[in-house]
Design a protein around this ligand. Sequence first.
Ligand code: ZJS
Length: 287
Amino acid sequence: MANGSVNGRGRRMPERHQGAVTVRRAVIPPSTADERLLDSRQRGDWKTRDAWRALRILSEFVEGFDTLADLPPAVSIFGSARSKPDSREWQLAEQVAAALARAGYAVITGGGPGVMEAANKGCAEAGGLSVGLGIELPFEQGLNEWVDLGIDFRYFFARKTMFVKYAQAFVVLPGGFGTMDELFEALTLVQTKKVTRFPVVLMGTWYWQGLVDWMRDTMATEGKIAPADLRLFCLTDDVDDAVRHIVNADAEIAAEQEAVLARAAAEQQAAAAAESISDEPATGPEA
Ligand SMILES: CC(C)=CCNc1ncnc2c1ncn2[C@@H]1O[C@H](COP(=O)(O)O)[C@@H](O)[C@H]1O
């Protein structure tokens, strides 16, 4: 990720974060790690370079898992990097993040500007843990100032794993390609049962209603999704509604997990009791 930080003379200087590494001015390479990995024109040296890259990719997972393992329950919030503070989605992001923080959730965003910044701000100001998972980009940018725990990633796919692994739910506000990518990845994971019972809340009915109508009238009608798939997300502009949806889903999952544990414990107890009966010496008239 690139960032313009301010030097001693108050001037902005070009800066890029590449995972743990920060480079400035002439040392900034002309492309990003993702771009170099995905560029198939350099296939000739894949055996040596890609093998090394695999270790670097692994290290991003290790860094992410290590840093985020102790996170409290969290919600990932997505939305446009281009939204301005006076936009409806900025306001909504700030409010829902604050409400989630008050409900005890950490908030995870992409750490960038726009809706991400709004969500980090809402969370931080409400006293929640505000997390930003930044990404190395070819143009100047940095973690927004409201991120209190930040990790910079080189690779989009390693970063995306963290959004899912360390969140209990997704809230998706109006956005462009990046937001669509994150929304549909989440829906695909739930639809294919790679993650179970993962609430996805769409906020901003003025923006999403057209897409939801198209999903119902075209996608479902033409059999590309099941009608039940339309229930994998909820659409609301009401902050309390959104938080309630997430809290209720969480409570249901916790109750289900408790029931599974209780069943397993009861089965274990029954098996142990049966074993002790069969171990007892036989008594009776013939004994
Ligand atoms: C001004 C600008 C384009 C900055 C880009 N800076 C970014 N910084 C961090 N995450 C990003 C950025 N752009 C896209 N993303 C990712 O994609 C989503 C937003 O993409 P979009 O603006 O909807 O398509 C975010 O939720 C985020 O995870």
